[in-house]
Design a protein around this ligand. Structure first.
Ligand code: SIN
Ligand code: FE2
Length: 214
């Protein structure tokens, strides 16, 4: 008992690919505190719709916290220490979010996870994220940890080969997905969000991805 006090023993776990797991409802306890920490970050670094190098405007609204943030513009995307919108460093990663990400990584078999970037994505009905790889991080031994809050989404998760058709996974409020090892460079994306109303978040979904960039 004492040994595993910090692990929610009831967490149901689905392996979705080699090295990739879905921790069902992992973040449900404490969701209000997590949301409050996120909203505080978003007051300092507001959500915005980036331009893509291809000249499109993303339907997902984004912000960041932690030492580095993912930014995009017509000239490309990159990790940056300063928010181009405010010219300020990104807000610090709240302790409750770091703790959650580290516990989820450990539960999935990735010890000593120490992210230096957290991308915050907001989806409203119709918003989607096309298939891509997360490959701009230097340390590919570290997994990606992904926290979902609010409206349910269909998460597309494939393999490191673009030719393989991705599987579809329903992610609900409080779910955490961790992918690393043989799946670290798997193609993934999010299908257009269906309309709905979530008790805590209303008509939207938030997703946070924790990354080790440097
Ligand atoms: C991402 O790939 O950055 C986000 C995935 C998600 O929203 O579930
Ligand atoms: Fe991604």
């Amino acid at each position: 008992m004492a040994l595993f006090d910090d692990l929610p023993p009831e967490t149901a776990l689905t392996q979705i690919a080699p090295g990739a797991v879905l921790l069902h409802g992992f973040a449900k306890d404490g969701d209000a505190a997590l949301l409050q920490a996120i909203e505080t970050v978003l007051q300092q670094a507001p959500l915005r719709h980036w331009q893509t190098p291809g000249g499109y405007t993303m339907s997902v609204a984004m912000s960041n916290c932690g030492p580095l943030g993912w930014v995009s513009s017509a000239s490309g995307y990159r990790y940056a220490a300063v928010d181009p919108l405010t010219d300020q460093p990104w807000p610090a990663l709240p302790a409750c979010l770091l703790d959650l990400a580290q516990r989820a990584a450990a539960q999935a078999g990735y010890a000593n996870f120490s992210p230096d970037a957290c991308l915050i994505n907001q989806y409203v009905p119709g918003a989607k994220l096309s298939l891509h790889q997360d490959k701009d991080e230097l340390d590919l031994r570290a997994p990606i940890v992904s926290l979902s809050l609010g409206l349910p989404a269909v998460f597309l998760f494939g393999t490191p080969s673009r030719q393989d058709r991705p599987q579809r996974w329903r992610l609900v409020h409080g779910d955490v997905v961790v992918w690393g090892g043989p799946s670290r460079l798997a193609y993934h994306g999010v299908a257009a969000l269906a309309d709905g109303e979530h008790a805590l978040l209303g008509r939207r979904r938030l997703n946070l991805t924790f990354r080790c960039v440097r």
